[in-house]
Ligand binder design. Sequence first.
Ligand code: APR
Length: 231
Amino acid sequence: MKVVVLTGAGISAESGLATFRDADGLWQGHHVNDVATPEAFRRDPEVVHKFYDDRRRELRTVKPNAAHIALARLEQLLGDGLLVVTQNVDDLHERAGSSRVVHMHGELLSALCDSCQGRFAWDDDLGDAPTCPACGNDTLRPDVVWFGEMPYALDLIERALSEADLFVAIGTSGAVYPAAGFVRMAALAGAKTLELNLDPSETTYLFDDARQGPAGKLVPAWVADVQGTLR
Ligand code: APR
């Protein structure tokens, strides 16, 4: 069975990380145009670095929840048949034990050099302008895909969607493309589609099946169902 799982900020909410668009979301406290565009970074890098340095530090204080752990379990069951495509920049999938994870919007624990395009594992602040380990320039930026930039690994993701038997979206509002369009691509390729989300999203109507509730409850129950069908 080939399964593609798309995750969004909602899967990490029960670990204590804010989502973007919920009442207490990141976009309530910050304006996208101040912290999540290349223009914002050129205009005021200090403000942008503070936003991501704070999130990188916060990441050390949280841990994976039952939903992340259930998906790691699913990888043990399905092996190469499972691909997790995440919009999240946290490392909670990997810390839960998942290895088949694609970060289409980048990662907090990575730095990108604007001079040589090198990408480096990074768990320190970037606000104090450290130099690039490869080219020595002080042009490191958060390795996060900002609005107006091309997401990572779209070819790989589109290939996986075209071969999927099942597409599942977890904890995402369906507000941001191209991720919000994956359900259509998977359905066109003949996949069954399932949404697991706290509230109906902007794309719930596109799914064959949709269940509402906290990911920490819905995902382990769904994985147990899948395990049952494999026996
Ligand atoms: N369990 C399941 N779903 C949840 C939970 C939970 N505990 N808590 C919140 N949700 C749902 C919300 O109902 C909402 O639909 O998660 C979704 C979070 O939506 P957003 O905050 O819009 O996050 P996301 O969809 O990941 O945003 C997509 O937008 O800001 C950009 O690049 C950023 O990757 C991000 C992209």
